[in-house]
Design a protein around this ligand. Sequence first.
Ligand code: ATP
Length: 298
Amino acid sequence: MLQLSIPLNFLGVIYRELRQALTDIERMFSLLDVDREVADAPGAHALAPGPAALRFDDVRFGYDPRRTILHGVSFEVPAGHTVAVVGHSGSGKSTLARLLYRFYDVQGGAIRIDGQDIRELTQSSLRAAIGIVPQDTVLFNDTLFYNIQYGRPQASRAEVEAAAAAAQLGDFVARLPDGYDTRVGERGLKLSGGEKQRVAIARALLKNPAILIFDEATSALDSKTEKAIQAQLELAAAGRTALVIAHRLSTVMNADEILVLDQGEIVERGTHLQLLARGGHYTRMWALQQQEAETRPD
Ligand code: ATP
């Protein structure tokens, strides 16, 4: 039995290693946005540097031609402003972000950056201008340093450490015996949701994009972490044009404008106070979230 169990164990280890390697490759592809949906148009040009004002103009889209997800969505994010999108699960919030990053092309209307239709731009220049803080940050089975430097692989050690400090990872790293050389990911140190998000923010700060997409995690958080995320978001969005996909209204109270999306249509828009004064969808969502917050153990 012993004789048999050793090779079987060995096979198990090989299997796990192989599976992990495949997962890493899969995740890397999703991070590098190697996708098959869109290609550069003939004569595509690079995004001309500018203030990075965003405009969605009557955007229509469906993943499946038989089911429209966005029914003519129009809004602007003036350069340097923050616009948040809120709405029930499945209302199409993340789809807006995917279209801006051009994972898919719009089927009607247009998305423009400083007046340039993103379908006429090279994908490399479009994506260089956009930083994403995703819902669930992918960590490679490598050092913390490597994971942050991924935001801009040419960055120096000092630049990586400065970005980490700005994302408030400094104290956390200082407590690790191996500091930035600590291995993280599935085979290393497991980071909490908040720590992972700070790695994503450090990556985004290192990339220093004109446009930021912040896709807030859906997971339930205690109010302390929620406040920390709000502060993180404001830090990452400062001086950039930011589109925030929000699940907790409290994290986007200070946005310049909040759009309420319902079944692929903007049904309300305004600042937090303007929306509360309307007594509509937003007010109901706010009341519900306040109630939930009051019943939380913390
Ligand atoms: P959540 O708050 O749960 O993240 P959301 O508002 O961001 O939701 P989207 O992810 O934009 O919603 O999805 C909008 C709709 O599109 C949903 O009904 C979803 O099932 C559908 N959808 C999303 N991605 C795909 C896809 N790749 N293929 C087909 N349908 C999709």
